[in-house]
Design a protein around this ligand. Structure first.
Ligand SMILES: Nc1nc2c(ncn2[C@@H]2O[C@H](COP(=O)(O)OP(=O)(O)OP(=O)(O)O)[C@@H](O)[C@H]2O)c(=O)[nH]1
Ligand SMILES: [Mg+2]
Length: 195
């Protein structure tokens, strides 16, 4: 699936603001600063469609983008960033979990992990929660450009083992080089049943 003809739709801060569930939907989740927004920009071939920042906690609210009449892409706020006020974190967490749990048109949660880091507790919690709720997800290990070939293989194995992910179920990705983009497009087309 090619993600052309895409536009920002709205930012959702409570569930009553969700757009009508009229299109298949793909959400992008992961720790703060892992590269969710960058991955989306690479996917849609636009540098600045989704706001990116070196400062964690950039994305606030559920940001909906529409690939016209085809699919919604939803950029979620990152988790695990201590400097975001506790009350705000709680608000996001309950907003995100109720959204993920209740959204009938949600066809995939892309769970983005930093290939440089060892398995983290928040990611483990999200993955086991998605499994428990039977919500389809696709793990993507990003920032591969920051590692040598050997480190990539070694770190990917550690993440696979730590999160019980089979190597053929996840994608290695870089927003800098575009590695993994084609594979991601194919996987998302199959999740959303859109060509
Ligand atoms: N080298 C490299 N840097 C990346 C990659 N993806 C993201 N970054 C950098 O990582 C930082 C965070 O990227 P974002 O895309 O804003 O991360 P995010 O997950 O959306 O962050 P929040 O919205 O704060 O949760 C930025 O400085 C990006 O340029 C990648 O694949 N390779
Ligand atoms: Mg972001």
């Amino acid at each position: 699936m090619k993600f052309v003809d895409i536009h920002f739709l709205l930012s959702v801060h409570n569930l009553s603001q969700l757009p009508a569930p009229s299109l298949p939907e793909i959400a992008f989740a992961g720790r703060s600063n892992v590269g969710k927004s960058s991955l989306m920009n690479t996917l849609v071939g636009r540098k600045n469609l989704v706001k990116v920042s070196g400062r964690p906690g950039k994305t606030q609210g559920l940001n909906f983008f529409e690939v016209t009449d085809t699919v919604y892409l939803v950029d979620l706020p990152g988790y695990g960033y201590a400097k975001v006020a506790k009350g705000m974190q709680d608000h996001w967490q309950s907003l995100i979990t109720s959204y993920l749990e209740a959204r009938a048109t949600l066809c995939c949660v892309v769970v983005i992990l930093d290939l440089r880091h060892e398995p983290k507790q928040y990611d483990a919690q999200l993955l086991s929660w998605l499994r428990e709720k039977n919500i389809p997800f696709l793990p993507v290990y990003t920032k591969v450009d920051k590692l040598s070939g050997n480190e990539r293989v070694k770190n990917a194995r550690i993440l696979d083992a730590g999160h019980s992910i089979a190597p053929d179920q996840r994608i290695l990705f870089s927003a800098v080089t575009g590695q993994g983009k084609d594979e991601l497009e194919r996987a998302l087309a199959s999740f959303s049943k859109v060509d």
